[in-house]
Design a protein around this ligand. Structure first.
Ligand SMILES: Nc1ncnc2c1ncn2[C@@H]1O[C@H](COP(=O)(O)OP(=O)(O)OP(=O)(O)O)[C@@H](O)[C@H]1O
Length: 236
């Protein structure tokens, strides 16, 4: 479970997060959406302790994360752009992360197998295509069987089959009562997997509704249409 309480963050004079409150529970798949620059990645990074809020607090599984780093071993994070030691090959990167995580940890090889990683192990990171780099990030995010998955634009650059494989894996993890948080601008891709929609605007949560309630309240049959409907109403 993740609880964000009145979190604010400024970069210089720019107020990027403003009194953000958000609760996310196990078994939910949350779509964190909103316009470019509204603060989605900053919120995700705050939950990961990669950005330190100016005020407010964040609890993961009921524990305040400030000054704590151990809680992150229960979070699988797929960044928007995966950065790795570029002179290592794929096998070395996976092995290094495995060692850092502790070799005795249960390893989930579903995506490793589905993406045929064993055929890519000798490829150097700096020679990978953008999509293949995304596959490596996905494999690493899911590999250590974390209770929470935070995926920042996970399907960006993936081919349709790879994206479908990832969606199936996300759904399987939800069935196992994992908490999944996804940011994406590809709203149609989120349609079948998302249980909750959190819409951010100007650094705040504009609304947080279940996928079903969002559609029922707007009378629309897709997340994209529902969001456009709300934005048009706001503008008029
Ligand atoms: N380290 C930083 N230093 C200064 N400004 C930053 C920093 N990180 C983010 N910002 C600014 O904060 C704002 C919010 O950025 P953020 O990446 O959280 O947005 P986002 O909602 O994830 O956007 P996108 O949809 O484009 O990925 C932007 O204006 C960005 O330029």
């Amino acid at each position: 479970m993740i609880r964000v309480e009145a979190v604010s963050k400024k970069f210089g004079k720019l107020q990027v997060l403003q009194q953000v409150d958000l609760t996310c529970n196990s078994g939910e798949c949350i779509a964190l959406i909103g316009p470019n620059g509204c603060g989605k990645t900053t919120l995700i990074k705050s939950i990961l302790n990669m950005v330190i809020p100016d005020s407010g607090r964040i609890l993961v599984n009921e524990k305040d994360i400030s000054g704590d780093y151990l809680y992150r071993s229960n979070i699988g994070y797929m960044p928007q752009i995966g950065r790795y030691p570029e002179n290592m090959n794929v096998g070395q990167v996976i092995e290094t992360i495995q060692t850092l995580r502790g070799a005795d940890k249960a390893v989930d090889t579903d995506l490793y197998d589905a993406y045929q990683m064993s055929q890519l192990l000798s490829k150097r990171m700096n020679t990978l295509s953008g999509g293949t780099r995304q596959k490596v990030s996905a494999v690493l995010a899911f590999m250590f069987n974390p209770g929470i998955l935070i995926l920042d634009e996970p399907t960006a650059g993936l081919d349709p089959l790879a994206a479908e494989i990832l969606k199936e894996k996300i759904m399987a993890e939800m069935q196992r009562k994992k908490l999944v948080m996804i940011t994406s601008h590809l709203l149609s891709e989120l349609e079948d997997i998302v249980s909750e929609v959190v819409f951010m605007q100007d650094g705040s949560v504009a609304f947080h509704k279940s996928n079903a309630a969002l559609k029922a309240d707007t009378g629309k049959d897709s997340i994209a249409k529902a969001i456009s409907h709300i934005l048009r109403e706001q503008a008029s």
